[in-house]
Design a protein around this ligand. Structure first.
Ligand SMILES: NC(=O)C1=CN([C@@H]2O[C@H](COP(=O)(O)OP(=O)(O)OC[C@H]3O[C@@H](n4cnc5c(N)ncnc54)[C@H](O)[C@@H]3O)[C@@H](O)[C@H]2O)C=CC1
Ligand SMILES: O=C(O)C(=O)Cc1ccc(O)cc1
Length: 307
């Protein structure tokens, strides 16, 4: 594949930035890629493992001359990072990010960017419970969604170029407005993470069940919860603090439904439980039949896993 950006700067060298670097380098999508992380330890690790063509000791040096700058730091750090780099951006550069929340990032980053710099926020719906510079791998984005959230006046060419980079890294790209994005991910990602954190916390509190039993007898569902609950605490603290309204809205609805199911169990209302589970099963089957579950094994269904 051919070079899409001559110079790319990655700010924050963790799971997402390192996966982007390995994917871009594997397929020759970028010329020189510079990197910066706040901690010296992280910068040294990056140098040691060859993450980035040049690891810089300041943001100014990293973004100097870059055609694309991607902010890959926790959502709560985006505004401060944008303020620090803004005076050093090349006119005509594109600034993007990979944050899990979009309204807050647009509000905190946008005002710092000078005229003539194109802001194209984005969010890869791909990740793992691992973090840091050693955790990335080039296939992370393959067959995963990448949501682009253009801001008012976003330059069409800048959006299309960023889209072509993510498509070249294997993503399926869709565009969405910021409020809608934050509500969608509150349902599909943020509330589920909080539920997993809570369930693992409950198991940990329940002294009558020992840790070894929790691990030994974990069936699929709880095992997934423990994996999710091992995710980076800083990243997830920032997600909940910055996607507050949408997450609280979904958790409010969740609690109401949970109370209704709790009452059905207490009252022995099997009809309610059966009807509820029948409805949720139909939703899952609908997703698989529509070929929208890129994770599900392909049991010969039409469409199958996206290639
Ligand atoms: N981990 C995941 O599964 C996904 C994460 N995201 C988003 O991507 C972003 C990055 O996440 P990860 O790569 O997972 O995080 P990570 O924890 O692996 O890496 C974050 C990096 O940012 C650096 N950093 C933190 N504060 C900084 C600051 N003020 N200035 C410069 N560097 C700073 C850290 O040292 C670290 O190198 C977050 O905004 C997150 O919401 C998006 C999709 C999936
Ligand atoms: O590891 C998992 O199950 C995830 O859900 C990964 C993930 C985490 C945060 C995002 O904003 C997008 C994807």
């Amino acid at each position: 594949m051919s070079v899409i950006y001559d110079r790319v700067a990655l700010i924050g060298l963790g799971l997402i930035a390192s996966s982007m670097y390995w994917a871009m380098k594997r397929d020759g999508l970028a010329g020189e890629v510079t990197g910066y992380a706040r901690s010296e330890d992280t910068r040294n690790t990056a140098r040691e493992i060859g993450l980035c063509d040049r690891v810089c000791d300041s943001i100014a040096e990293a973004v100097e001359g870059a055609d694309l700058v991607v902010l890959c730091v926790p959502v709560g750090a985006m505004g401060a990072v944008a303020a620090e780099m803004a005076p050093h951006l090349k006119p005509g550069a594109t600034v993007s990010d990979v944050g899990s929340v979009k309204v807050n990032v647009i509000e905190t980053v946008g005002p710092h960017l000078p005229e003539g710099v194109h802001f194209v926020p984005a969010h890869p719906l791909a990740g793992t419970e691992h973090s840091g510079p050693r955790s990335g791998f080039p296939e992370l984005f393959a067959n995963r969604w990448l949501l682009i959230v253009p801001v008012e006046g976003s330059d069409r060419d800048a959006v299309d170029r960023l889209r072509s980079l993510w498509e070249a890294m294997g993503s399926n790209v869709a565009e969405m407005d910021a409020e809608h994005h934050d509500l969608v991910v509150a349902v599909t990602s943020h509330a589920p993470h909080l539920i997993a954190y809570t369930m693992v916390g409950v198991a940990d509190d329940l002294r009558r069940v020992t840790d070894s039993e929790v691990i030994k007898y974990s069936a699929g569902g709880f095992r997934d919860f423990t994996r999710i609950a091992a995710s980076d605490p800083t990243m997830w603290r920032d997600v909940f603090l910055t996607n507050k309204d949408a997450t609280l809205e979904i958790l409010g609805r969740f609690t109401e439904e949970l109370f209704a199911l709790q009452r059905a169990i207490r009252q022995g209302d099997g009809e309610h439980l059966h009807a509820y589970f029948t409805r949720t099963r139909a939703i899952r089957r609908g997703i698989i039949e529509a070929g929208q579950d890129t994770d599900a094994p392909d049991f010969g269904r039409a469409g199958g896993r996206k290639k």
